[in-house]
Each structure stands twice: as C-alpha cells, then as structure tokens.
Write a protein that binds this ligand. Structure first.
Ligand code: T3D
Length: 262
C-alpha cells in the first residue's frame, strides 16, 4: 500500500511529509509506526542537521483518524490512554529531544493532535490559509500531544483556555499575532521559504542549536538558579565543539565560517 510517511534527505535536511491527503493526513496506528521509523532513520543519519515536517495535499494533519473510533452503544471503546502512551507521547518526546532544529511547515488545517504536533516543533511556519483547531473539546476530549503544556506557554492561560474549550478555528495570521507560531507565509511561498530556512539552519552550528533548544525547553520548568546552572553546563559543552572554534576563528580572521555540525 501507499506510504503514509514520505522521507527525503538532502542538503542536510530531512523532510518528513505526512501523506494521507484524502483524510487530511489524520493519524492511523500504521502512520504512527511509519513516522517512528522515519524519525529513527533521521536520528541515525549523521548528515541530517535539520528536520522539516509538513503535510501532503490541502491539510497539514487532522489529528487522530476517527473512523475506527466509533463504537456501538454499550460497548467499550479503545483505551485512549494506550493510544496516547504508544503513539502520541513518544512522537512529541522524540521531536523535542532531537538535538537539531525541527521546522514545521503547516500547509493547511492543523486540527486536534495535528495542531499540537505542529506546536511541538521548534519553528513553525504556516501558510496564510492554514488554521489551527483544538478540536478535542467537540468530541469530549482534552488537548493532547502536549497541547495543555505548550498552549499556555505560547499564548497564555486565557487564550489557551478559550482555544481548548471552544475549539474555534485560529487563522495562521492570528496565530502569528498571538506568538503561537513563528510566521505566517503566503501560501505559494510556504514550501520554498520553509525549505530555505531548513537548508540555512542545516549549515549552522548544529550542536549549538541543539543546546539552544535544550535550554529554552528546560526553561519552562526550571527556576532561574537551575537555568543558570544548565546554561553553564551547556556552554561548557558548546565551547568544546569544533563549530565554536570555527566560528571564533572565522570572526577573528574576517571570513565566512564553515560549520560542520560537530
Ligand atoms: O483516539 C485517540 O487515539 C486519542 C487521541 C486523539 C487525538 C486527536 O487528534 S482527537 C481529534 C481528532 N480530530 C478531529 O476531531 C478533527 C476532525 N476533522 C475536522 O474537524 C475537519 O475535517 C477539519 C476542520 C480538520 C477540516 O474540515 P474541512 O471541511 O476542511 O474538511 P473535511 O471535509 O471535514 O475533511 C476532508 C475529508 O477528511 C473528509 O472525508 P470525506 O468526506 O472526503 O470522505 C473527512 O471525513 C476526512 N477527515 C478529516 N479529519 C478526519 C477525517 N477522517 C478521519 N479522521 C479525521 N480526524
């Protein structure tokens, strides 16, 4: 059968495309499994220095595929806790733990877990016509895939609560204005701009970018003292990278740096 996840690796960029366009790239167990395989391949490939996640067709991702979630009255449905534990949580954890930037190009509607998958990425670009919908409340669920953690941190408690309880469609431009995403981009520019950004980041000091990600993510739960200690520890490691040496040498030598990601 057709692959539900496409993976291409070129110019230091691993592009992962969710590929069930006729179902708005909603997640089945098989798609989760293929995505885990793709992420494992990315982790093992030493040439990859940036990940770009996007969707095929007119949508980005409509969250869980609900077609196998309908059950007859009086019968017990699937254990959603198991679904979250085996599929969604490992996905969010592995994206956050990847020691390199993960860019998300939200090409169309991002609903349910699809919205929060995007928000788990490091830099989110969205097509101007794209939208974000915390659709969970409409079917009796709560935001998952980290949504109850990322949303209040990105947009504040009041907006997080409104989005989660109302399930209203938030436009890409409003998402940008609220600081929920990095940038809204004209539809016809999204793919090119996202790829250019990914290629640029893939030429940068990858370890340093990984440390930035680690530190900023940890800041959400650390107090200042713990964060200062973490900065010290990570800066020590950063100072031992080849890219730091190259960056300083290039600056002092008044030439462009050639970073190797080491
Ligand atoms: O279950 C667990 O494991 C727990 C984890 C849950 C995580 C979750 O993500 S729960 C939330 C699940 N997602 C949703 O509730 C969103 C459902 N989709 C929508 O509300 C709408 O499709 C959209 C607002 C996203 C887009 O609307 P629109 O009008 O642009 O498109 P459409 O016509 O609704 O969708 C196009 C087709 O995709 C359509 O099929 P058809 O009529 O052409 O045969 C539609 O049924 C299908 N589709 C869209 N989303 C899903 C889906 N099919 C299955 N599951 C979906 N989530």
């Amino acid at each position: 059968s057709e692959k539900t996840i496409l993976l291409t690796i070129a110019d230091g960029v691993a592009t992962i495309t969710l590929n069930r366009p006729d179902r708005l790239n909603s997640f089945t167990a098989a798609m989760h499994a293929e995505l885990r395989e793709a992420l494992a391949e990315v982790q093992d490939d030493k040439t990859v220095r940036c990940v770009l996640l996007t969707g095929a067709g007119r949508g980005f991702c409509a969250g869980q595929d609900l077609s196998d979630r309908a059950v007859a009255p009086g019968t017990q449905g699937p254990d959603l806790g198991v679904s979250i534990e085996t599929n969604y949580n490992p996905l969010v954890r592995s994206l956050r733990a990847l020691p390199m930037p993960v860019i998300c190009a939200v090409n169309g509607v991002a609903a349910g877990a699809g919205a929060n998958l995007a928000l788990a990425c490091d830099i989110v670009l969205a097509a101007r016509s794209a939208s974000f919908i915390q659709a969970f409340c409409k079917i009796g669920l709560l935001p998952d895939s980290g949504g109850t953690w990322t949303l209040p941190r990105l947009v504040g408690h009041a907006r997080a609560m409104g989005l989660a309880m109302l399930g209203d469609k938030l436009s890409a431009e409003q998402a940008e204005a609220w600081g929920m995403i990095w940038k809204a981009v004209d539809d016809d520019k999204l793919a090119g701009e996202a790829l250019a950004l990914a290629r640029h980041l893939a030429t940068q000091p990858t370890k340093g970018l990984g440390f930035i990600k680690q530190a900023l993510n940890a800041s959400s739960t650390n107090d200042l003292d713990a964060q200062l200690d973490l900065e010290r520890d990570l800066q020590r490691e950063a100072g031992h990278t080849e890219d730091y040496r190259e960056g300083v040498a290039a600056f002092v030598g008044k030439r462009a740096p050639q970073f190797q990601g080491r």
